[in-house]
Design a protein around this ligand. Structure first.
Ligand SMILES: [Cu+2]
Length: 152
């Protein structure tokens, strides 16, 4: 009985991991417009369901813009954190590794304050890996395996 349970548990876990990995989405921020000024990123984000495991891709001509990850207060005031290092490659991939609110802005000149180059999103937990993860209580299974080996 115990080993049957173990097989079912491993099988279900494998299926969940497969589903989770294949359902992760790469979002090109701004789609064809990319990361730029005078674009409504709130409207862009509005109909999307960001989840843990998804990724944001900021695309822009390198040197023209950059990407700072900021907190809510800095987001509202369009201030880049002192000492923070922005992403500058022009093809910046940001993995969404935890649920909650995330804020990004461009720190070049007045792009955020005047050009509205800022993105705020809410990341939902991945439905296939709930926090806190259930512990499978492996000790009975282990002792069962040992007794099987002893019989052999
Ligand atoms: Cu910019």
């Amino acid at each position: 009985m115990a080993s049957f349970k173990e097989i079912v548990y491993v099988g279900v876990t494998t299926i969940m991991l497969l589903v989770a990995s294949t359902s992760a989405v790469d979002y090109i921020v701004g789609d064809d417009s990319g990361w730029t000024i005078n674009f409504d990123y709130q409207a862009w984000a509005q109909d999307k369901s960001f989840r843990v495991g998804d990724r944001l891709v900021f695309t822009y001509p390198a040197g023209v813009h950059n990407v700072f990850k900021v907190n809510g207060a800095d987001f509202r005031q369009c201030t880049a954190p002192v000492g923070a290092v922005p992403l500058t490659s022009g093809n910046d991939v940001v993995a969404l590794e935890s649920p909650g609110e995330k804020w990004y802005l461009c720190g070049v000149a007045q792009h955020c304050a005047v050009g509205n180059q800022k993105l705020g999103i809410v990341v939902a937990p991945n439905p296939w890996s709930p926090l806190p993860s259930p512990s499978p209580a492996p000790s009975p299974l282990l002792s069962d395996d040992v007794s099987d080996q002893n019989q052999d």
